[in-house]
Design a protein around this ligand. Sequence first.
Ligand code: SF4
Length: 80
Amino acid sequence: MNVSKILSGWKNYLSKSEVTEAIATERAALCAACPHAKQGKLLAFVKDTLKEVEGAYCNQCGCPLSAKIRSNDICPINKW
Ligand code: SF4
């Protein structure tokens, strides 16, 4: 897992850029249909604090999907 890419993903998530939201929506649909998308415990920013929460993550890279789909990261199996 590349922490700087994940932090970039959270930054985009929190700033909600329209361009990244359009791309994120397309990526979210691909992840939703992917068998590597799992539910479990992951690190997330909650009110500016990094906490362990329950959420969706990619089991190929371990990244939280809500941040990954908004980052400059790539899908590890080239779905997007
Ligand atoms: S990032 Fe790629 S491998 Fe991971 S859940 Fe999404 S589509 Fe699947």
